[in-house]
Design a protein around this ligand. Structure first.
Ligand code: BYC
Length: 497
């Protein structure tokens, strides 16, 4: 039975109206009653072939005709929203999926707190809302573009499949934002939807909007770090947008968050499996010193200090994605109710309006770090960044447990908040991971010890050899504990054509 047959069977056996009304005759699966909204349907049908052209041009290079074991959303409730089956990526069922409507939902924060949420866009907030939706939407195709060459060097079919799963879901997240633009922003929205397919990650004349999404993702270490650290910015930003007074945005983001969780799982377990391979190889060879780089690299595994440098790079670049710590844009987004804080509706201890509240923001004053009380409204980005840094720590703790269990004396840490920053309070200040402010000369002399250096990149490049046989893994990464959807170890996740 093909995966498409399975989808038909599921739909027919389910009468729960929370399920996506998926019809294989429809090009666009959705739970927004697309068929009855002719204008929207027409706009989405016009956009869809352009999206497919973009996917074919900028999506995963070399594997578009291969059958990939993908998870496809077929409903939006927790019990049955996903089905697995081999699919060629261009045939993936991208669609428009919103989390179920919460009846009686009221605005959780800002000057409209307590009023009913909006089902349409208030005219006065139109451009602010559109800007945030465009920025969010822009990151999604950007990440697919950044990762498009990685299939060729995948360390296993399992990892290759996870890469492609992440890619198709980022594609679907673009659909989610395009739906909002096209449905609620008229001609401007349609133009923005088109522009989302035209910008290109890393291109000088028409780049993606945010810095980190123009960086290269040249190797699998970058991919795993990106999916752990940068997708976690996705989690934080989507969670903040899920608090939005604009209910369709909130519902879109709530469903996107369920997919984001898998991306962070790929990142966390990817890094963990690298650590496992390194520790096992070191122990087997009787190497105790994690800084015995030459000996460790000769074993075909990644030394732990290099993992730290890679993590430092991705953490610092991702922290820039939170914007300036002190920002009037962020204050506006909060006061209008368009974007909340992380977990806004459940926060206790303030009035959720924040007119008189303050928040401690770390700043550089006279060459020293000081924690200053800043109006809380203007510190919304600083607070989300602090929440993000806390949220990152869980994975580091779990990785460190693996290292400790292996008896190796090494600990992965988060660098100081100000390390290697280009946006916000710390742009233009040179700071080491320990949080000491440096001169430019000191930075130039020492930063190769804190960020991936040329020798590191050369070594990583030497490891990036494909391992595409079912059940086999590259030396530098341990196999996963369980297969996707409990498949056996030698399962052919990607049938390479
Ligand atoms: N690079 O007051 P400012 C994800 C711009 S990731 C370049 O400092 P604001 C995902 C800013 O746009 C989550 N430019 O900050 C993960 C503004 O420009 P305009 C993506 C930057 O506005 C993995 C100017 O500087 N979602 O989903 O408070 C894979 C001054 O802005 C940067 C969102 O980010 C930068 N790093 O906050 C796939 C949520 N930072 O408008 C997907 C939506 C700032 O003056 N976006 N600028 O021309 C937002 O909430 C806000 O736009 C930001 C910036 C938090 C990004």
């Amino acid at each position: 039975m093909s995966s498409e047959d399975t989808l038909v069977e599921d739909r027919e056996s389910v009468s729960d109206d929370r399920f996506v009304a998926i019809s294989l005759a429809d090009a666009i699966p959705n739970n927004v009653e697309l068929a009855s909204d002719k204008q929207l349907l027409r706009a989405m049908e016009t956009w869809r072939p352009k999206y497919i052209d973009w996917w074919n041009e900028m999506g995963p290079e070399g594997f578009q005709v291969s059958d990939v074991y993908l998870r496809t959303a077929v409903g939006v409730d927790p019990t049955g929203w996903a089905k697995f089956g081999h699919v060629k990526m261009p045939n993936y069922r991208w669609g428009i999926l919103l989390a179920p409507k919460v009846e009686g939902r009221v605005i959780s924060h800002g000057r409209h707190k307590g009023e009913p949420v909006w089902q349409d866009v208030p005219g006065e907030y139109r451009s602010l809302l559109r800007r945030l939706i465009v920025v969010q939407g822009d990151t999604e195709p950007a990440s697919v573009e950044q990762q498009r060459y990685l299939g060729a060097t995948a360390p296993s079919l399992y990892d290759m499949r996870n890469l492609f799963q992440v890619n198709v879901e980022e594609g679907r997240h673009l659909w989610a934002m395009v739906y909002l633009l096209v449905k609620y922003f008229g001609k401007d929205g349609r133009e923005e939807a088109q522009a989302l397919l035209e910008r290109r990650s890393g291109q000088t004349d028409n780049p993606r909007i945010l810095g980190a999404f123009n960086e290269r993702t040249p190797d699998w270490l970058s991919f795993f770090m990106f999916t752990y650290f940068t997708d976690r910015d996705g989690k934080m930003q989507l969670a903040a947008l899920a608090e939005s007074a604009f209910d369709p945005l909130s519902r879109s983001c709530r469903f996107m968050l369920t997919e984001e969780a898998h991306h962070m799982f790929v990142g966390e377990t990817g890094v963990q499996r690298m650590i496992e391979a390194t520790c096992a190889a070191m122990n087997k060879a009787g190497i105790k010193d994690p800084y015995d780089t030459a000996a460790i690299r000769a074993l075909g595994v990644v030394d732990l200090p290099l993992l730290q440098r890679k993590a430092n790079f991705h953490m610092s670049v991702t922290r820039d994605l939170f914007g300036s710590e002190v920002s009037s844009n962020a204050a506006d987004a909060f006061s209008t109710g368009i974007k909340g804080r992380f977990n806004e509706a459940n926060l206790t201890g303030d009035d959720h309006v924040l007119t008189d509240a303050t928040y401690k923001v770390t700043r550089v004053v006279d060459g020293k770090f000081v924690d200053e009380d800043v109006p809380a409204l203007r510190s919304i980005n600083a607070r989300l960044l602090d929440d993000y840094i806390n949220d990152c720590q869980g994975g580091l703790n779990r990785w460190n447990k693996v290292i400790e269990k292996a008896g190796i004396d090494f600990k992965l840490t988060q660098p100081h908040k100000a390390f290697n920053r280009r946006i916000g309070e710390f742009a233009g200040v040179r700071v080491n991971p320990a949080g000491e402010i440096l001169s430019e000369a000191q930075w130039q002399a020492e930063s190769g010890a804190w960020l991936p250096n040329d020798a590191d990149m050369k070594f990583i490049d030497s490891l990036m050899k494909p391992c595409h046989e079912p059940g086999k893994y590259a030396t530098w990464i341990a196999p996963p504990r369980v297969g996707i959807n409990n498949q056996p170890g030698d399962f052919e996740y990607v049938k390479i054509v």
